[in-house]
Design a protein. Sequence first.
Length: 291
Amino acid sequence: MLFPKKKKKKDFINKLSSNYRVTILKETSFEEKFSGNLTPIKTLFISTLVFFGFGLFFWFLYAHTPIKYYVPGYPHEEIITADIQNKLTADSIKQISTLNELYFKNLKAVLKGEKIEDISEGKDSLKSQKDDLTFTISGVDSLARNQIEQENELDISESNLSESKKFLEEVLLHKPLEGVLSDGIDFKSGHYGVDVSAAEGTRVKSILTGTVVFSGFTASGGNEIHIQHDYNLISIYKHNSAVLKSAGDKIISGESVAIVGNSGEHSDGTHLHFEMWQKGTPLNPEDYFSF
């Protein structure tokens, strides 16, 4: 004898597994067009497959075709691209604004004779690490440096110097800074420029219109800036406390490019090391400026 609950459960299972005949007839003639046997379980299984099949099909259309751009609320591809570009532009403008603000702040400080901030702090996250470095010249480093300098010693003739000097006689050059000459040029010792002592915070100016080809920090020269001018002339400014221009910047004659300082392992006081080169030949700045 079956209990009522077990009997109901057995009846439900029997209904799910019972066969039902499905027939499709033509309405006018009652001609049989299709017939087949189905069970509720089979019907449920087929319905599930059809549901997931249609779901997969519509997902493919949405994910891999442009149809998704016609769905209300979905942004168009051009809008997404423009949004990304706007964010990048806004970030660049913010960085430029910060640098310009610091530049004008330093400009006011220079005019008032106050101490300035390093304008490169906003661009170089390693600045603080660089300032903490202490440079020492080891014996091995000194021997290697001397050997290389001897092997690559320049062959500087009086004719080359005379030709370069004559070539620039009619060019109007701007004095790099006001100061006192502390050390002159010495080709034999490898000192290819002059050292000019000046007060801390003195502005260093470009001697001629040109383009910055290097602006950065080196162990020996500290904060350096190199400018390429017309007439195959290059001017070099070393040991600055800060450089005010970046590589690629266009410079006009007399424009401030750095602040005199005492950076680099070859510096022993606040001064500017200034070099002039033309066609691979070092020129003597004292031939063109009175310090």
